[in-house]
Design a protein around this ligand. Structure first.
Ligand SMILES: [Zn+2]
Length: 1129
């Protein structure tokens, strides 16, 4: 306090004295020395104080005075300059103040006069540097010859007067931040000079004593290359080679990190920009749309226009989430009227009547249909002439002796003719998917006949193969499954009867032993046969066919190695500098089927992805163990790359292969925060470990040198591309592996899952109805499910109860790349039809309307975001087109219908995946929260709002380990006005209308903190969502006595509860007291009004709530076993 006070006093005094400008020298010197002492101590607060009191102006004025005296008074000048440098650094407006005081010339001429006097010169340079921090002042200094002056100081290379050189380089770097200075510097040839100088320092500074000078020079280069001219000159001056070579010398030394990082940054920025190595960035697949609708304008434009990316190339760091949140704020809807208005119907009212057929449960005549027989059931709902009628379609266990599905057999036409395979062209074609969907015994015969012609061509390599029993465990090489799945490869070998029997036996054998809950390879293959895809898929990906069983434990997020991104970028630059080992061979190309047709070069991987959800477009072998990969754009689009799914084979084991996916688009990715991709090994699967696992090392995600011009991209602006890079060591030699962005979940997976659920449900208890909401553009049925409990009995009361259950409307997978949402939905569905007592109770509470996949075509064709129309379907809810967006049009129609009969759903939730965030969370809609967040005045008297939208997420936060309330948001953004959540909230008046977002990566809180989510955790989220709905129901609605009694009864079955608690982990708190005991204590509580102190809080709750709520409390309490968290509800 005291020192501050003194400082102020002195400052004022000084101001006064300086303004007299005739004061005696000793006084000024004294003041300067006191100020110097004061400001050299303590924190920046003192300097800020001085600045706020006009210190900078006073010092500048003093400088002008001192400089005017002849000869210059160095005794005053030096401390003055020191103070100015110090204060100027902290004064944001210093540059402006310098201009105002017209001090630029003074400083420059002072510096010029002292060129021969290094101590004085250094002081001038310090001030020059702070002056240049303001771009305008910097430009002015540049015009007045500051750079020429500085160059005189820093060249030629010399270790004399290092301090001065350092100050000069610092000032030069500051000046080069101005574009006009950079341009001037390039034109005067300074860039080459800087490079040479940097080389000299690098070469001579063997013991790394002058890192700051070397880094300073790099900073000069970094700023100068911010302009296009700078980058071009840099390339022309062999800048890439020079920096790259120098960095190689630095890599082994850890304290050279600042140099390596800056040099890498420059290298990355200056790497010559290119277009992606594809003919066009538009999708390889196009789909003719009904009517004259055009998805995206088809303008290729002239390639090579890179000016659209602008002069300046600023590299933002990848973790700037602030920017995002600020943008979000501007996006908020602040018009109260818009928030409150309910738009008119988007279609004629009479059109809604047709949706009555999709709500048969409301007019169900149970007297006739009572506990329907399966035969009856199969007759109804199947009138749409779909190829999916289960009674005809699903192969029964007895009819399937031999699966006629083929996963991934290379077709002759696809891979180009191979002379050795000619003979097999005809029989092979018979394997292709035919239009018919009925399980065809002829196929089986044909296959067996075909097998007869195939003989194991690797028999010599594996003598054990003649014994069927020897196939489990697998032989060491790939021979046998090559034979099984690639019979055409064995063309050169004559048929033998043993071979045939053997193969079919192996498959049968394997299938018999193979069991994954809720999955059947036969069902999958049967469903996949009927799928209509644009490329006309004939192959199945093995993982989808064979199934996935989650690994026993989840994997922690990957720890990021130091400098991994830097190393990868340098490796990319090496292609340019040392192209000796660059192969550059296209090994897979969707656009050119002839590529990769010849047998793969030895040591080269084979790629494939022409199967459901696959989307590899091109693979280029860069170096022996490195591949550049490109994903296909969404159909009828030229963008949306993030999702990937492909097959790779012919690998060596124990060698790290590097893969670069070079056409990613998002500016950042969870791959930079420990997320791994997933891998499935066929060998592992056949050895009893059929699973996707998190895989990949050295993962990072960064902006690369590929660009897309505005014209080619069909957008307004040009685009940047990003590289996702990872290394994989495959577990086995010559394995067949699949790599994907996230756990794949195809349309056929979903359809066969529904088949299995329907078969496995208890028809006496579970009301299950699968209808077709509509056909998609691509001609695939979009299923709609109705799930509830069968009525208790035929009596009127029970039937009424059945019909009056509130609706819950759930949808998922509108965005095809968000396969996590399908796994969550899988969990929801399995729980809903299960015999779990909670599920039974839940079914009695609600009628569930579920559209498990809103965008089947997108999923099938490997899209990331859009449907076949090239539209993001979750931006079409305001005015969906019946032609272009049928699934949205009809889902909305059904919701309209429910609203029109007064049965709008209690809860609507659309399941999604979020690629940038962690945790599982909900987006909801609240007028008040939106207005508050936007900083609007809210008249609470006018805007009334039920806060019920918060209850469900709060409950989920308690019951679902992956769910985090803090990640939820209830803001209504303008850009989201046409999403399901906002439209259903506004137009259907559904208070609890949500988007549920699930991370691809991990959780930041709770039980799964730091663990990468697997399918098990995602499925669990789906079941917990159901539990949340039940608690919501018991909490917020008047419940019948029977229901409460049932709930109580449920809890009474203590053993079963404990069991269930373990199974679905209702709310796991170790060592908590038995459930019923708490309830019992609570009961005692009501009857006894005189309670001890510790129970005061409980009493408060009991006394302030009506008995019905208390009953709910009791139930929840028992269910969640967590008194404390319940009270904070
Ligand atoms: Zn989404």
């Amino acid at each position: 306090m005291l020192t501050n006070f003194i400082a102020v006093q002195h400052l004022h005094e000084e101001n006064f004295k300086l303004s007299q400008s005739s004061c005696d020298k000793d006084v000024i010197l004294n003041i300067l020395s006191v100020l110097t002492d004061l400001l050299s101590l303590g924190t920046g607060r003192r300097i800020h104080y001085v600045v706020s009191k006009g210190g900078s102006e006073a010092l500048l004025q003093a400088l002008a005075t001192a400089a005017r005296t002849e000869p210059p008074d160095h005794g005053t000048l030096l401390p003055l300059l020191r103070l100015l440098a110090r204060v100027g650094q902290r004064d944001r407006k210093f540059g402006l103040k310098v201009q105002k005081a017209e001090a630029t010339d003074i400083i420059l001429s002072l510096a010029r006069r002292h060129l021969g006097h290094h101590l004085h010169l250094t002081h001038c340079l310090w001030v020059l540097r702070v002056c240049a921090s303001n771009v305008t002042t910097g430009a002015m200094l540049g015009i007045n010859g500051a750079m020429e002056l500085l160059f005189k100081v820093i060249t030629p290379y010399s270790k004399r007067h290092v301090r001065t050189v350092r100050a000069a380089i610092g000032a030069l770097a500051a000046l080069l931040k101005s574009k006009s200075n950079s341009r001037r510097a390039v034109n005067r040839g300074y860039l080459g000079e800087l490079l040479r100088l940097y080389q000299d320092w690098h070469r001579n500074d063997v013991s790394n004593n002058y890192i700051y000078i070397r880094r300073g020079l790099l900073l000069c280069l970094k700023y100068i290359t911010n302009i296009q001219l700078g980058r071009e000159t840099f390339l022309g001056s062999r800048g890439m080679e020079i920096l790259f070579t120098s960095v190689q010398d630095c890599l082994s030394c850890k304290n050279l990190d600042p140099i390596i990082t800056t040099a890498t940054h420059i290298l990355r920025k200056c790497y010559p920009k290119e277009h992606l190595p594809v003919v066009t960035v538009r999708s390889s697949y196009s789909f003719p749309l009904p009517g004259n609708a055009n998805a995206e304008p088809l303008c290729e434009g002239s390639e090579g226009d890179s000016e659209s990316e602008g002069e300046e190339e600023t590299e933002k760091d990848w973790d700037n989430e602030d920017v995002e949140s600020k943008e979000e704020d501007c996006d908020l809807e602040t018009d109260v009227n818009k928030l409150r208005s309910r738009p008119v119907l988007d279609r004629p009212e009479q059109e809604l009547e047709k949706y009555e057929a999709l709500c048969a449960e409301l007019s169900q005549n149970f007297q006739e249909l009572e506990f329907e027989s399966e035969e009856k059931k199969s007759l109804e709902d199947r009138t749409e002439n779909l190829p999916s009628a289960p009674s005809h379609f699903i192969p029964s266990a007895t009819s399937v002796k031999y699966p006629n599905c083929r996963w991934r057999n290379q077709s002759v036409t696809e891979m180009g003719p191979d002379p050795g395979e000619q003979d097999f062209k005809v029989p092979f074609q018979s394997w292709r998917k035919k239009e018919e969907c009925i399980w065809d015994k002829n196929d089986e015969k044909r296959d067996i006949a075909e097998e007869a012609q195939n003989k194991d061509f690797c028999e010599e390599e594996d003598p054990s193969r003649s014994h069927v029993s020897a196939f489990c465990p697998l032989p060491k090489d790939a021979a046998w499954y090559k034979k099984m799945f690639y019979p055409h490869c064995e063309a050169s070998i004559n048929a033998s009867p043993e071979g045939r029997l053997e193969s079919s036996d192996i498959v049968r054998n394997l299938l018999e032993k193979h069991h994954i809950p809720f999955h059947s390879p036969c069902f999958y293959a049967a469903r996949a046969k009927c799928v209509k895809s644009i490329p006309g898929y004939r192959e199945l990906a093995f993982p989808d066919f064979w199934g996935h069983q989650p690994p026993p434990s989840s994997k922690p997020v990957l720890e990021r190695k130091h400098g991994v991104q830097r190393d990868r970028v340098l490796d990319d630059v090496r292609r340019l500098i040392q192209p000796g080992d660059v192969i550059g061979r296209t090994v897979f190309d969707l656009d050119d089927p002839s590529s990769g047709s010849s047998p793969a070069a030895p040591g080269c991987l084979t790629f494939f992805s022409k199967f459901e959800s696959g989307n590899l477009r091109k693979a280029i072998q860069v170096r022996e163990f490195e591949y550049d990969l490109m994903m296909n754009a969404d159909v009828n689009s030229s963008q949306h790359h993030q999702w990937f799914y492909f097959e790779v084979r012919d690998m060596k084991s124990a060698v790290p292969y590097r893969f670069n996916i070079i056409n990613c688009e998002k500016f950042n990715s969870q791959f930079n925060y420990g997320m791994q991709l997933v891998m499935y090994s066929v060998r592992e699967a056949l050895q009893g470990r059929p699973r996707w696992i998190r895989a990949g090392q050295d993962i990072c995600y960064y902006k690369n040198h590929y660009r897309c011009s505005a014209a080619a991209g069909g957008g307004v602006r040009g685009r940047f591309y990003y590289t996702l890079t990872f290394s994989i060591k495959f577990p086995h030699k010559d394995d067949v592996c699949y790599l994907a962005y996230h756990y794949p979940y195809t349309y056929s997976t979903m359809m066969s899952h529904l088949d299995i659920l329907e078969q496995n449900r208890n028809p006496k208890k579970v009301y299950w109805r699968q209808q077709t909401l509509c056909q998609t553009l691509g001609g695939n049925p979009c299923p709609l499910l109705t799930i509830t409990a069968m009525p208790e009995s035929e009596n009127r009361h029970d039937l009424e109860q059945f019909c009056s259950r509130p609706y819950v409307f759930l949808t998922a997978r509108v965005h095809p790349g968000e396969s996590n949402s399908s796994w969550v939905m899988k969990g929801t569905l399995e729980f809903l039809v299960s015999s779990d007592p909670i599920a039974e109770l839940l079914r009695k509470c609600f009628i569930f309307k579920i559209v498990p996949m809103l965008n089947p075509d997108g999923v099938i064709n490997g899209n990331l975001r859009c449907s076949l129309s090239g539209d993001d379907l979750n931006r079409q809810w305001l005015t969906p087109s019946s032609q272009l967006h049928p699934t949205i049009y009809h889902a909305k129609g059904l919701l309209y219908y429910l609203r029109s009969i007064g049965r709008a759903p209690l809860v609507f939730c659309d399941y999604h995946g979020h690629s940038q965030k962690k945790n599982v969370f909900l987006y909801g809609c609240s007028i008040k929260e939106t207005l508050w967040q936007a900083g609007c005045m809210v008249d609470t008297a006018v805007v009334t709002e039920d806060v019920g939208y918060r209850t469900l997420p709060k409950i989920l936060d308690k019951v679902a380990p992956a769910f985090v309330m803090n990640s939820c948001s209830f803001l209504v953004e303008k850009s989201r006005a046409s999403t399901a959540r906002v439209v259903v909230w506004k137009e259907m008046g559904v208070l609890r209308s949500y988007t549920m977002e699930s991370t691809y990566c991990s959780c930041s809180h709770g039980l799964y903190r730091g663990l990468q989510l697997g399918t098990q955790e995602l499925e669990e989220m789906g079941s917990k969502f159901c539990l949340g709905l039940l608690i919501l129901h018991l909490k917020s609605l008047p419940c019948s006595k029977e229901l409460m009694a049932q709930a109580a009864l449920l809890l009474d079955l203590e053993e079963e509860i404990t069991d269930r608690a373990q199974r679905i982990s209702v709310f796991l708190i170790p060592d908590c007291p038995p459930t019923w005991e708490i309830c019992w204590q609570w009961q005692k509580l009501i009857s006894c009004p005189h309670l001890c102190c510790s129970c005061a809080t409980l009493r408060q709750v009991v006394c302030s709530h009506p008995p019905s709520i208390f009953q709910d409390c009791l139930w929840i309490l028992a269910l969640t076993r967590d008194l404390k968290s319940f009270l904070s509800f």
